[in-house]
Design a protein around this ligand. Structure first.
Ligand code: CP
Ligand code: NVA
Length: 304
């Protein structure tokens, strides 16, 4: 039987291992030009309260390529955030569009949007989660594993840096996909207990470290992200000292692991320019994989 697919994708743990696997298979077929399903004449609303290069453009291009129409609604374009409540925005947009893709400042707002929308809602990043990024990262790891005849269950990945939105989704996504994940975060900046609990519920067991060197031993790939995320309240001066020893550069990559980063990167902080520009870097493959994975996601959510 076919795995059931959720109504929305707000967090990655809404997917079962089987649904995730089917989605990645479909993304690979889309990338290979083998998918016939379409989104003809469907509009997708793109509600963005924060800047975006990759997520916005990969969704817009992906929807267009499937015959649909993306409509971008930035924070100065609509009444949301200027007096109209989320629940009204959700019900109005549901009258016009087939799906809503939203990058909101608050995950609670996203949950409220989804509760009142009659159409699928996709999380395009909140302070808590970035599930679309995880989908692209898992397709990337699958492709890397396939180069040596393996699959996702053969992969060991190390996260080095802040236990942020990208890390939280990755921890759960790796558990669902059978990827062995080693997580190194400074004291006070770990992945929260909820994410670790969700990973365990998904059948995984992320190994937690407080040193980057220990976490990267034996890893096939090392993943990092900025130390200061968009909209963070904490000051750089307070936060950054804890991250000494967590920069990903030639020392940590000396064992030959691939380098992953969701981008945008802050070169000289969490990662060196040399590392990002090196042969070990797969960051453009990750960025490219945003499009087919999100196309597959929309087709699944819309039952196409
Ligand atoms: N990785 C990612 O989500 O990038 P954008 O902020 O450019 O969308
Ligand atoms: N952690 C980063 C990811 C950006 C794609 C942020 O939330 O700003």
């Amino acid at each position: 039987t076919e795995p059931t697919f959720p109504t929305d994708l707000l967090t990655i743990d809404q997917l079962s291992p089987a649904a995730l696997s089917r989605l990645l298979d479909r993304a690979a077929r889309i990338k290979a030009g083998e998918e016939a399903a379409r989104l003809d004449d469907r509009t997708v609303a793109m509600v963005f309260e924060k800047p975006s290069t990759r997520t916005r453009t990969s969704f817009e291009a992906g929807v267009t390529a499937l015959g649909g129409h993306p409509t971008f609604l930035g924070q100065d374009d609509i009444h949301l955030g200027h007096g109209e409540p989320i629940k009204d925005t959700a019900r109005a947009l549901s009258q016009y569009v087939g799906a809503i893709v939203a990058r909101l400042n608050s995950h609670d707002d996203l949950t409220e949007l989804a509760a009142h929308a009659d159409v699928p809602v996709v999380n395009a990043l909140t302070e808590r989660a970035h599930p679309c990024q995880t989908l692209a990262d898992l397709l990337t790891l699958r492709e890397l594993a396939a180069e040596s005849g393996g699959s996702l269950s053969d992969v060991t990945l190390a996260w080095v840096g802040d236990g942020n939105n990208v890390a939280r989704s990755l921890v759960v996504g790796c558990a669902l996909a059978g990827v062995d994940l080693r997580v190194a975060t400074p004291e006070g900046y770990g992945v929260d207990d909820d994410a670790v609990a969700a990973a365990r519920a998904a059948g995984g067991e992320p190994t937690l470290f407080d040193s980057a060197e220990a976490a990267v031993a034996g890893a096939d790939a090392i993943y990092t992200d900025v130390w200061m995320s968009m909209g963070e309240g904490e000051s750089r001066a307070e936060k950054l000292p804890a991250f000494e020893g967590f920069q990903v550069g030639e020392d940590l990559l000396g064992g030959g692991a691939k380098l992953m980063h969701c981008l945008p990167a802050n070169r000289g902080e969490e990662v060196t320019d040399d590392a990002l520009e090196s042969e070990q870097s797969v960051v453009w493959q990750q960025a490219g994989n945003r499009k087919p994975t999100q196309q597959a996601l929309l087709l699944e959510l819309l039952g196409e």
